[in-house]
Design a protein around this ligand. Structure first.
Ligand code: DC
Length: 207
């Protein structure tokens, strides 16, 4: 049975954590679509190749790079993600993943709006820029990186702005997405709210 859960929202709002937890709880496969853009951005930056060409030939080795989670790669990802041809090259892979038998969760920026407009469940997970920067800053500090809070906040805002104002599939909440604002929620409470919403929709669908 196909069952698609689309989870969108800005960086560090908690959508990755929620997606993983939902996938584990309901037994769905999970695709972090940001990794696709991160891999394209990292390979293009390293090799100077045309990002669209990289997206067309993206390999499992590219997706296994160890630098995909860095802040520098996040900015490269956001830059290549504005290119319509890059996005177009990644559509089929994401849509095939979404119809995996047994269900699938995809998280990103345009899943509920462009990739899977007919998803069974749509969530939009957000939080204030300051709270998201606070989380990122704490994460970096934990890794021994002493980047000042103001710089982390500026990065968060720059990426939000680029992702939300691009012409091709901008980050936005689908009209039928359920909003979860995690600014004042613990991780457990945010995951519980997502699971509550999914269970509610599942029981409605079965009724
Ligand atoms: O979710 P993330 O932080 O790993 O995403 C990195 C960048 O990739 C993000 O700033 C914009 C882009 N992206 C996108 O445009 N569409 C998606 N579905 C996922 C990510």
């Amino acid at each position: 049975m196909k069952f698609t859960v689309a989870i969108d929202g800005p960086a560090a709002a908690g959508k990755g954590t929620i997606s993983k937890a939902v996938a584990a709880e309901f037994g769905f496969a999970h695709l972090d679509t940001g990794l696709l853009y991160r891999a394209v951005g990292a390979v293009a930056a390293d090799t100077g190749r045309d990002p669209a060409g990289v997206a067309h030939t993206l390999s499992t080795d590219d997706l296994a790079r160890t630098d995909l989670r860095t802040a520098a790669t996040a900015q490269e990802a956001s830059k290549v993600a504005v290119i319509a041809e890059v996005r177009a090259a990644l559509v089929d892979f994401q849509r095939s993943f979404a119809v995996k038998p047994g269900g699938a969760v995809l998280d990103g920026r345009d899943i509920g709006t462009v990739i899977c407009p007919d998803a069974d469940i749509k969530l939009y997970v957000t939080a204030s820029p300051e709270e998201r920067a606070r989380r990122r800053h704490a994460e970096l500090t934990g890794k021994g990186d002493d980047k000042p809070f103001e710089e982390v906040l500026a990065d968060v805002k720059a990426r939000d702005h680029r992702d939300a104002t691009r012409d091709a599939a901008p980050m936005t909440k689908a009209a039928d997405a359920h909003l979860i604002d995690t600014t004042n929620l613990s991780i457990d409470a945010a995951v519980a709210e997502a699971a509550r919403w999914i269970n509610e929709q599942l029981s409605k669908a079965r009724a």
